[in-house]
Write a protein that binds this ligand. Structure first.
Ligand SMILES: CC(C)(CO)[C@@H](O)C(=O)NCCC(=O)N/C=C\S
Length: 191
């Protein structure tokens, strides 16, 4: 009896942290595990990666795609359709701005609209990444707690010498940690 189940679908959402320079490697690492990947890129995240360098077949969705696709009743509503498509959302990296927006329910771009409309019965993992000074500001812990209160799964940041030369917490978790947490989260999903 061949396996009639489809591959699990991972929606990787990337934001405007410099850690988005690791997106290509992250997607490649996820694809090693019989998973399907699509990417939602915020406008600022595009400064840190080249969509043309991602593995073939990995579609990247941007704010403009939402408006190009919907013009009249019956047209697809991208942020809803992407949420229905995905079995799991992985926000990697989650920058300070998007953390704040998600924690308050702000939805002013494709990425935050997908998350605002997310079915919280399905898993959502987030990988904070920001400068140490941002990480240590008390507002951060408040916002992280809000996301965890909804059942979202944090892949905690780690201490490194950051791109600006500061040394401390705020670096995105290592890719192997992110992928291991993802696999552990989805291993019991049956589609
Ligand atoms: C970029 C990378 C992955 C290199 O190892 C690491 O420094 C990191 O996760 N930085 C994210 C923190 C950040 O956004 N800093 C912004 C200003 S310092």
């Amino acid at each position: 009896m061949e396996n009639t189940r489809r591959k699990l679908r991972v929606l990787v959402c990337c934001t405007g942290s410099v850690a988005t320079i690791k997106l290509k490697q992250l997607v490649e690492d996820i694809l090693k595990h019989e998973l399907e990947v699509r990417v939602v890129a915020s406008e600022r995240s595009q400064h840190f990666f080249d969509a043309g360098e991602l593995p073939a077949g990995v579609e990247v969705f941007r704010d403009a795609d939402e408006w190009a696709m919907w013009t009249k009743r019956g047209d697809p509503v991208l942020h809803i359709d992407l949420g229905k498509w995905a079995d799991v959302v992985l926000v990697a990296p989650l920058d300070a701005n998007t953390l704040a927006k998600i924690s308050q329910g702000i939805c002013d771009n494709l990425l935050t609209c997908v998350i605002r409309a997310w079915d919280i019965k399905k898993p959502l993992l987030f990988c904070p990444a920001m400068n140490t000074r941002m990480w240590e500001h008390p507002v951060t812990a408040t916002q992280i707690s809000a996301l965890k209160s909804w059942g979202y799964i944090e892949v905690p940041c780690i201490a490194k010498t950051l791109m600006c030369g500061d040394t401390g917490l705020g670096a995105m978790a290592e890719l192997n940690t992110i992928v291991a947490t993802l696999l552990g989260t989805i291993e019991n999903i049956v589609v």
